[in-house]
Design a protein around this ligand. Structure first.
Ligand code: SF4
Ligand code: SF4
Length: 95
């Protein structure tokens, strides 16, 4: 999660491999359904690594085991592959 100490510096958002970070009403937020704590991509959470004000703690309501995070990574990867496959099969405009 991102706390209200966030200064909206925009640094974390492009670093997320899961596109889980987005601009909320007042400051950046993390979609917990998309965040794998970077499991499957990196050894350390990338947003935490780059945040200059250290305002990205683990959400107390979303404490997840590495196994659970890995399963989430696999679900997200499968959904992404499916979306890409569907896109490549869609007829192109004017065809
Ligand atoms: S921990 Fe990783 S996956 Fe989660 S929001 Fe940060 S960069 Fe994205
Ligand atoms: S890196 Fe930290 S301060 Fe900057 S936008 Fe992300 S959460 Fe906010």
């Amino acid at each position: 999660m991102i706390t209200d100490e966030c200064i909206n510096c925009d640094v974390c958002e492009p670093e997320c491999p899961n596109d889980a970070i987005y601009m909320g009403a007042e400051f950046y937020e993390i979609d917990p359904h998309k965040c794998t704590e970077c499991v499957g991509h990196f050894d350390e959470p990338q947003c935490v690594q780059v945040c200059p004000v250290a305002c990205i703690p683990i959400h107390p309501e979303h404490v997840e085991s590495r196994e659970t995070l890995w399963q989430k990574f696999e679900r997200l990867a499968a959904a992404k592959a499916k979306a890409v496959a569907a896109q490549s099969q869609a007829p192109s405009a004017g065809a």
